[in-house]
Design a protein around this ligand. Sequence first.
Ligand SMILES: C[S@@+](CC[C@H](N)C(=O)[O-])C[C@H]1O[C@@H](n2cnc3c(N)ncnc32)[C@H](O)[C@@H]1O
Length: 244
Amino acid sequence: MGKNPCEVWKTDSLVKTYLESVRGGIPFAAQQIEIMLRLAGAAGNGKPARFMDIGCGDGVLSASMLARFPEAKGVLVDFSEPMLVQARARLAGHASGLEFVTADYGQPAWHAPFEDGSFDLIVSGYSIHHQPDERKRSLYREIFNLLSPGGLFVNIEHVSSPSEWVERNFEELFVDSMYAFARSRGAEKSREQVSKEFYNRPDKDANILAPVELQCEWLRACGFRDVDCCFKVFELAVFGGRKP
Ligand SMILES: C[S@@+](CC[C@H](N)C(=O)[O-])C[C@H]1O[C@@H](n2cnc3c(N)ncnc32)[C@H](O)[C@@H]1O
């Protein structure tokens, strides 16, 4: 069997490229995070006490959570040591309330250390689309079980386009945004160069995209309520739901 394409996330080179040159250029990234925070503030008693960040990367979502809800405690899960090194460094000021866990959520036993019903918020950013659809569905069920009653799941995610034409429009938007980001950081790159890097990116083979409508159906089938895609621009979606 060939190597799992997701393993590329464990390499220093992709972690560096993603954190330095990609994350900051994702179109509408600030708006996506703002929607996540807005939903988090509207669920439960308005102050999430314990959250989990699945596929946390350098902790970008957790950092926003803690800026808005400084008393929250969090569990950050990732299988990439270089990412977890970055997350620990970024969130060093909150270390006492955080747990950093090395785990592969592609393995069904990943959640065994955590008690069902012990999180009032679970978030994920651009990570779950690396799993095959069947595993995504099982993971959503596991997330449902980990949430307490009234708990919220928010997934900021890369989803599939309905057609090649829409996909091409998404890709061109993404390249424009990456190009603007590169220029804003003083990089002497042409748009052609940015485009070439985007279309030949090393993590592309690790993507298994699914339509957001279908994923919302899966969440409903798990028992989630108030399921919605609250924000979407082409292939970038913010969706989720609440546990009754
Ligand atoms: C595109 S990055 C996103 C990081 C961060 N959530 C963000 O919003 O920028 C995807 C992250 O998911 C992690 N990841 C991918 N597959 C994983 C798995 N099976 N188990 C744990 N982490 C995984 C990668 O290591 C990487 O940190």
